[in-house]
Design a protein around this ligand. Structure first.
Ligand SMILES: Nc1ncnc2c1ncn2[C@@H]1O[C@H](COP(=O)(O)OP(=O)(O)OP(=O)(O)O)[C@@H](O)[C@H]1O
Ligand SMILES: [Mg+2]
Length: 410
């Protein structure tokens, strides 16, 4: 292939390998998550157990559900893993109709008369079901189905169900499936800090529901995304550039895909197969300009000020770099260190307490959420994507150096 063609082809292919806009569908491009996969498999092999997979937006919940089927151990028979997206208009019946809509089965039917021929008839399962479904109907159907095939029914975006009665019915269903030891597995997936926020009436099913938290990815897992993707394309990424992408990703695979895509394209545009730090610079600029308008606006609303010498941008960047707990919360004290690194000056809490308060006010778009009592106040960004955005902005505006950025890759 002529060189020009090769690069044009790769520029096309890279968009199928790094896909910030869509979940992974392919086992070979899926990185890490060994613990979560192990738990899903263990749950599905245990009669009477069901699972709930929960975590922040964009950590990779849907991707995991997509590839479960391809991870099933050989010799375990056929698998059916329908994944349904829940939305605010769904009822209990509409959810299960979606879940079962693609399932067909064949059965034998004898024609009329004494010598009637036996023919095979292909029927859609939902055509055999009542108009309105109840937990008991579902139990009967799943009980029959699971005698023929291994079944995991995944309800994605479970947090979007707006009618609490629907989640109560789902909890009832899980309870009855469990009481009757039906071997099908229900997998609830949602954006939540904890299961309590996700499953209404969950206490009644506590024993039957295995909780699988989906945390941010480790640096190793993020590196694996880069390795898998660039390897697939026949490209490479040097260590410095990979470290920067790992640092910027903050464990969010969405960011890894976005930056790997833009940095990889930059390298290809320059006629190179190897991605280096200069491509990452270009990638960051591209990523920032393609970023959703809502995030960009939230940033401007938060830092706008007519006061010369104000430190809103610096404090917000320090917030994005602050150490957080598992749920993404940080304290005022944890901002001191990053603020010193960025500005080279010693600021103490009284110097930026007002900034933090303002960031959580409506006047600055409530970019931070505040919780806790006086002296134990903690903050968190209103959307997880704001952190990496602010860090990239800081880097591209020159507030953060390459050396400082690399230190974040742990
Ligand atoms: N294990 C993984 N390996 C490689 N890429 C991943 C992995 N998990 C997620 N991704 C990528 O990260 C991005 C977000 O993934 P996904 O849509 O699965 O997350 P999610 O938790 O379902 O997000 P949301 O809460 O918005 O529904 C996608 O670009 C996807 O390709
Ligand atoms: Mg999802």
């Amino acid at each position: 292939m002529a060189t020009d063609d090769k690069f044009s082809t790769l520029l096309f292919q890279i968009g199928n390998v790094f896909t910030p806009g869509s979940p992974v569908n392919e086992k070979d491009l899926f990185a890490g998550r060994i613990e979560q996969i192990r738990k899903v498999l263990a749950t599905s092999s245990q009669r009477g157990y069901h699972a709930v997979l929960y975590g922040e937006r964009g950590v990779g919940k849907t991707s995991l559900a997509n590839i479960i089927k391809s991870l099933m151990p050989a010799g375990t028979g056929g698998w059916l893993v329908p994944r349904i997206n829940c939305d605010g208009t769904d009822t209990f019946t509409s959810l299960w109709r979606k879940a079962l809509s693609d399932i067909r089965y064949t059965h034998e039917q004898r024609g009329a008369g004494f010598t009637g021929e036996v023919t095979k008839v292909d029927t859609a399962l939902i055509d055999q079901l009542p108009q309105e479904l109840t937990p008991n109907d579902i139990r009967r159907v799943l009980s029959n189905l699971s005698q023929q095939v291994n079944l995991i029914v995944a309800f994605d975006e479970f947090d979007r169900l707006s009618n609490p009665a629907v989640s109560v019915l789902m909890a009832d269903t899980i309870k009855t499936l469990s009481d009757y030891a039906v071997s099908a597995t229900v997998l609830l997936i949602g954006v939540a800090d904890s299961v309590d926020g996700l499953v209404e009436g969950h206490q009644s099913v506590e024993r039957a529901l295995v909780q699988i938290p989906m945390p941010r990815m480790s640096a190793e897992e993020v590196r694996q995304i880069l390795d898998n993707g660039f390897h697939r394309l026949g490209m490479t990424i040097d260590k410095g550039a990979a470290d920067e992408l790992v640092g910027l990703s903050q464990g969010l695979p969405y960011i890894t895909h976005l930056l790997a895509l833009e940095s990889g394209k930059a390298a290809l545009r320059h006629g190179r197969l190897g991605v280096s730090s200069s491509d990452v610079d270009e990638g960051i600029r591209e990523a920032l300009s393609s970023w959703q308008q809502t995030t960009t606006k939230a940033y401007y609303d938060a830092v706008q000020s007519s006061q010369p010498g104000n430190i809103y941008r610096e404090v917000l960047l320090a917030c994005a770099l602050a150490e957080t707990d598992d749920l993404g919360f940080f304290s005022a004290g944890s901002i001191r260190l990053p603020l010193r690194v960025i500005t080279g000056r010693e600021y103490d809490i009284p110097n930026f307490a007002q900034h933090l308060k303002n960031f959580s006010d409506e006047s600055r778009g409530s970019i931070l959420q505040r919780t806790g009592e006086t002296r134990r106040i903690r903050y968190r960004f209103s959307s997880p994507l704001l952190r990496p955005f602010i860090i990239m902005r800081g880097f591209s505006d020159g507030l953060l150096t390459r050396q400082q950025m690399k230190k974040m890759a742990v």
